[in-house]
Design a protein around this ligand. Structure first.
Ligand code: NG1
Ligand code: ZN
Length: 541
């Protein structure tokens, strides 16, 4: 194994804590930053192999998204900007858990299994978030890449979706865009400015948006984008990282889970606000009404707004393209009812985790996918894109049809189809509201959310919970589903499910019902059932 000599040597500089076992989960590896140096080095190795295998550029993003600042994480990005394919998640886990002596054997096994030609060149793009640990960790990734002779391009501080975008641009030879930050800002800002020209009565008041940057990378990048926006949007940025701590009492996850506004946001009644998460791939909107009551517009409301807008434009354009919305079990029951019964849109439900939603959305001409927590985007099939772009330049088409096609075309250009992107999603939402002449209150009133509650339960081993039916029902432990079923029956319009988290060592509990009190009561009772039947540890819920 002479070819791995450098790998062996360099690996000694990134030692694996003996016995430490980690798993490539819903969003890659994620744990306390001090345990990740060896994982980063090895993900540099794996990305290099993946690049040789696919003969394409691969991405490696160093981030732990909405986790506390002390954590970190890493994920691999496949050639079209999507999450790495499942078989390679398995290799990632094997590689991360190999003890030093076994590392080269594991590498060799992967190379043999995948029949990788090691004389191929390799190209890896890397990026990182603003965590204090991210810089050193990304250096470890670069070490891994170079020890296998791969080429790398370090984008430094970027949002997760920006790195996904760069990878996609590179592997589509520029047809998707230019693989630079400037290219990204130019593409989306130009599309936004063109869309906003169609706004009805667009006053300065309506252009104003309060943004909570979660004290993270999204804040930095939004500042950079602002220059390109030519005052088409007036951003008031809070939690920009200048003094607060990353994700601490702010950010999209905090707002969604706590159902309250973030710290440090100077909100006035009725003002339209949004929060990014720590790596700017999620966004939620909200406002306080005149009596100080907080209203959240989450991923479900975003999916509803965007799919309604796209459907209306398709009708105006006379294009017969199938549009679908992909959700997870966390989608509010009211959103699903509204989409299916009123909007007559196809809705499908997948397991939690963007890769599942992304995959399902690819089955439609236009697939809108959002997790309730605000992570999502829209995918346009090649057929849909071609028909829309064709109609937009068709001189024989009626003005109405052509206009609708132009709006659709600019919307396609504005959307980051590689992955959910808080900045791009924010501009899409702002454009849709402006074009439809809609206030945030009007958007909110499209349907009323069922009150809901999310809780976490600590158990000895969360793998004892196995689920089916897109995580809406449990298979094991015995008796748990029956217990949940009988608890749900006690409440009106109720629904509840539990699943093991893929990013934290907990079991997540979700409940919704006709009142907040009932949703809270049901979530609590289900938590108790999990505690008793699935080996709860620590304090009883
Ligand atoms: P887990 O920890 O598996 O529930 C969370 C989110 C996911 C997804 C991932 C990755 C919830 C309930 N779960 O996963 O939707 O975004 O993190 O960030 O919001
Ligand atoms: Zn994130």
């Amino acid at each position: 194994m002479a070819q791995f000599q450098e790998v062996s040597q360099k690996s000694l500089l990134h030692p694996k804590p003996k016995g430490l076992m980690l798993q490539y989960g819903t969003a890659g590896f994620r744990t306390t930053a001090k345990d990740l140096d060896h994982v980063m080095f090895r993900m540099g190795l794996l990305a290099t192999l993946r690049s040789k295998k696919t003969k394409s550029t691969i991405g490696v993003m160093v981030t732990a998204s909405h986790n506390p600042e002390e954590d970190n994480g890493v994920k691999l990005i496949d050639p079209m900007g999507e999450m790495v394919t499942p078989a390679w998640e398995g290799y990632a886990t094997q590689l991360a858990n190999a003890e030093q002596e076994a590392l080269c054997t594991v590498l060799k096994d992967i190379i043999e299994k995948e029949d990788i030609n090691m004389s191929e060149t390799a190209s890896v793009f890397i990026g990182r978030d603003t965590r204090p640990s991210s810089e050193n960790l990304s250096q470890a990734v670069l070490d891994g890449i170079s020890s296998l002779g791969g080429n790398s391009k370090d984008y430094g501080l970027v949002t997760t979706p920006q790195l996904h975008y760069m990878v996609r641009c590179r592997n589509t030879n520029g047809s998707y865009g230019t693989d630079t930050l400037q290219g990204y800002y130019q593409k989306i800002s130009q599309a936004f400015i063109k869309l906003i020209k169609n706004a009805k009565n667009h006053t300065d008041d309506q252009k104003r948006l309060l943004v909570d940057g979660a004290n993270g990378i999204g804040a930095l990048k939004l500042r950079e984008l602002e220059i390109f926006l030519e005052s088409a949007l007036q951003v008031l940025l809070f939690n920009d990282g200048s003094n607060g701590k990353l994700n601490y009492m702010c950010g999209a996850d905090y707002v969604k889970v706590q159902q309250k506004s973030p710290k440090g946001m100077g909100m006035e009644a009725g003002q339209r606000c949004c929060s990014f998460d720590g790596d700017a791939d999620r966004i939620v909107y909200y406002y306080n009404d005149s009596v100080g009551c907080f209203h959240l517009l989450d991923g479900d409301k975003i999916a509803t707004l965007i799919s309604t807008y796209l459907k209306e434009l398709l009708t105006q354009a006379g294009l017969n393209l199938q549009i679908a919305v992909v959700q997870t079990a966390y989608a509010n029951g009211s959103s699903t009812l509204y989409l299916e019964d009123i909007m007559k849109v196809t809705v499908c439900c997948t397991k939690t985790g963007v890769k599942h939603l992304h995959h399902a959305a690819q089955n439609f001409d236009i697939g809108v996918y959002f997790e309730a927590n605000g992570h999502g985007t829209v995918l346009f099939s090649q057929k849909a894109e071609e028909q829309i772009r064709q109609l937009a330049k068709d001189t024989n088409a009626s003005d109405e049809k052509k206009h609708a096609a132009e709006l659709l075309e600019n919307t396609i250009n504005l959307i980051n189809q590689a992955t959910g992107d808080a900045i791009s999603d924010m501009l899409v939402i702002e454009a849709v509201l402006a074009v439809k002449g809609m206030t945030v209150q009007e958007w909110d009133s499209i349907y009323t959310d069922l009150p809901n509650r999310q809780l976490k339960v600590k158990v000895a081993d969360r793998r004892v919970i196995d689920t089916k039916d897109a995580e809406r029902r449990t298979v094991t432990p015995a008796g748990l589903q029956d217990a949940i079923d009988s608890l749900v029956k006690k409440y009106t319009k109720a629904r509840a499910f539990v699943r093991p988290s893929g990013t934290e060592d907990v079991v997540r509990v979700y409940a919704e019902a006709d009142t907040q009190e009932s949703a809270d009561g049901l979530a609590h009772e289900v938590s108790l059932a999990v505690y008793c039947l699935a080996g709860g540890v620590g304090e009883k819920p």
